[in-house]
Design a protein around this ligand. Sequence first.
Ligand code: M6R
Length: 606
Amino acid sequence: MCGIIGYVGHRPAVPILLEGLKRLEYRGYDSAGIAFIQNKELHIIKTEGKISKLEEKVFSQDVLHAEIGIGHTRWATHGEPITKNAHPHKDRDGKIALVHNGIIENYKKLKDELLSDGYEFVSDTDTEVLVHLISREYKKTKDPLAAILRCLEAVEGAYAIGVIFLDRPNEIWACRHSSPLVVGLGVGENFVASDVPAFLPYTKDVIFLEDGEVAKIGKDVVEVYNSNKEKVDKDVVSIPWDITLAQKGGYKHFMIKEIMEQPRVIHDATAGRIDFNKMKVVLPQLDEYPLPDKIQIVACGTSYHAGFWGKYLIERLSRIPVEVDIASEFRYKDPIIHKNDWVFVISQSGETADTLAGLRLAKKRGAKVIGVCNVVGSSVARESTTVLYTQAGPEISVASTKAMCSQMVVLLLIAIYLAQRKDFSQREFFDQLLFSLKEVPQILRKELPNIRDRAKELAIKYSFARSFFFLGRGLFYPLALEGALKLKEISYIHAEGYAAGEMKHGPIALIDQNFPSFVIAPKDDLLQKIVANIKEIQARQGPVICLTNKDIPVPSTDRWEIPYLNSIMTSFFVLSATQLFAYEMADYLGKDVDQPRNLAKSVTVE
Ligand code: M6R
């Protein structure tokens, strides 16, 4: 949930640390800090609030001569987001500085031991125990690797750690367990960070650290050790992203940029996966597995909504039963999984703690685990039996948009793939589907500006609302859930998603003239059913925004027309409309769109 950056090399370290932290700010933004070695002294500067505040504090001082340092942007778990709890933390001699992402579960016991040994604590964090433990061991051995390994033996929990030692001014030490950490390899300079965009302007060559590994990062050399102190040979991976993908490109926020990228995202997610000569979906990663009796999908948040949409589609097209679970429930429900089941684990970041726990459980029970993941080399990607990358590029805004769009494309391809493997008889239907999928990017690119204009008009009109229902049926029910999540997470307007037919079983009690409903009612088999649901709301004076298609007779207070291709492809227009409505609402209300309060992009703690 926090962001770590470390730099050692030939340039001034501090500006690079601050720039890296800004790129990691999506991971947490309640406080931040840096530590660097300059003129043979270890300096720490930290503050509550965002990186911009840290920047003001840092550049009022002389900081440009350091060539090594570590930095941190925090999402509080233990201790309030105030300056004393911000990282880096230092040992009592002020000679070691440490940053940490994750949670030390047994910190209380370790803290009590250290207190009885005479150590004093200046923060309320779990992290501070780490720096004291390392310091205690380092004093005995003067060996950083031994000190870190001894500390890790004592520690339970999830962590990614970066450490610098005043008497080793050319080395950063880093290690991980269940929290991401990646080393960036430059020329005469090296980096370590929680995520690749932090150092993407300088290098695309990276080493992914595995759980339990410890890295020594110098400016000309990187060495990785396992827990037995043996050197490990690591593969260097070249990241296919461009830095422009991790910048705003003229847009006011990352979120709107990422929504507007969706036509490209749809195209890229299909690239190489459709053979238009044979009109077949090609997913060679799955060919070797016998068709499953059952599919299980595990994910959190927006990725869960994509999975839920995928369930409708896979069941409809392939007639293979699909169960979808929220990962935080799945991991504790003692799930029934058979060896020939397929488990799809969906995650943008590939680092969500609950999702990873679900993945590990499913693997332990012998299932084939297929990661559907955006971040190359992430834990989900590496730990799954096989991975289907969604190829959306870096998603920076905390509110997930283009990642869901890409997950939906991959799930649609999976549904067609399964149907084609099972029975190729409905050939014409699948040909049509694949052709229409090819058309979507172009139509969406043309329509997005109109959808955005209407979203803005309606957001302004309905900005009075304190609550919203988002309603849909069939394929549009998961999209209603996602519409509600998007609105609440960035505009702080309370919103609930419901299957429209469920309204009469309770929620309709809330409807009056001040409680609007956003109803997703495009042309499909359930249209007449949802028209009846809208009438029930209107009979109770509830205002209704109705997202539908041209020439479809639906009652509404405000009609919003989007293009129609077929009910499956219409999903991509519905998704964009709900995202844009939430975006325009949050922007109109002056909220912090890309970094909503209390949230972080990557939830690497349970
Ligand atoms: O990286 P993941 O897809 O595993 O993340 C899952 C959720 O934390 C994420 O989708 C979250 O719900 C977003 N903030 C929604 O916009």
